[in-house]
Design a protein around this ligand. Structure first.
Ligand SMILES: [Zn+2]
Length: 194
């Protein structure tokens, strides 16, 4: 699995041109069919998508290309889940968030619990990214909880990253920088920007 941009045409051109590198050996990937069509629930609308599959030209490993506006193994988009995380950090109950977003309370609770379980590691990850993108940037979080601090670190990173990457939805960036695993109980490697 590999996180890619949301511009399908650009991703396809990069894939055909061998400009998307294999995560294992960095050789260019090539097209390798599509996954099954599935529903992706974004803010305000639903899309049906078939994820692009690819194969490494060297090691023949297959990789699914996941657009950065989604997270690994979640039906809801990164901005939907990010909105829930931000509102929780602001003190809203999970039931209120679920009602406002039109999602089941248990679904929202699942997102919040998964994020809370990794909040300290997530905060560290995004603070490191913020410093990597702007070494002069220094802001100490003044939050009262690990959850709040982690959400705050993502917000700070979003501000810093605009200068490097240009405008980009902050939760898509958070998905990109965790390899789609923002809510996934696994470790990831920190790669400073090129
Ligand atoms: Zn490879």
């Amino acid at each position: 699995m590999l996180i890619v941009g949301t511009d399908e045409t650009a991703v396809e051109a990069d894939l055909i041109g061998g400009r998307i590198g294999c995560p294992d050996c960095e050789v260019g990937l090539r097209p390798w069919g599509h996954g099954v069509e599935r529903e992706v629930r974004l803010l305000g609308h639903i899309e049906r998508r078939r994820l692009r599959r690819s194969m490494c030209r060297s090691c023949a490993t297959t990789h699914v290309l996941l657009p950065e506006d989604t997270l690994l193994r979640r039906r809801d988009g990164a901005e939907v889940i990010g909105t829930a995380l931000r509102e929780r950090a602001e003190g809203k109950s999970h039931r209120r968030i679920a009602s406002d977003l039109g999602r089941a309370p248990s679904t929202v609770q699942g997102w919040l619990q998964a994020f809370a379980a990794r909040a300290v590691a997530l905060r560290e990850h995004f603070v490191r990214w913020a410093h990597a993108l702007d070494p002069g940037f220094d802001r100490r979080s003044v939050g009262g909880s690990d959850f709040f601090d982690a959400v705050d670190a993502i917000g700070v990173l979003g501000i810093v990253a605009v200068r490097r990457f240009g405008p980009r939805p902050v939760w898509s960036l958070a998905s990109f920088l965790t390899g789609g695993r923002l809510l996934y109980n696994t470790s990831w490697h920190f790669h400073p920007p090129l």
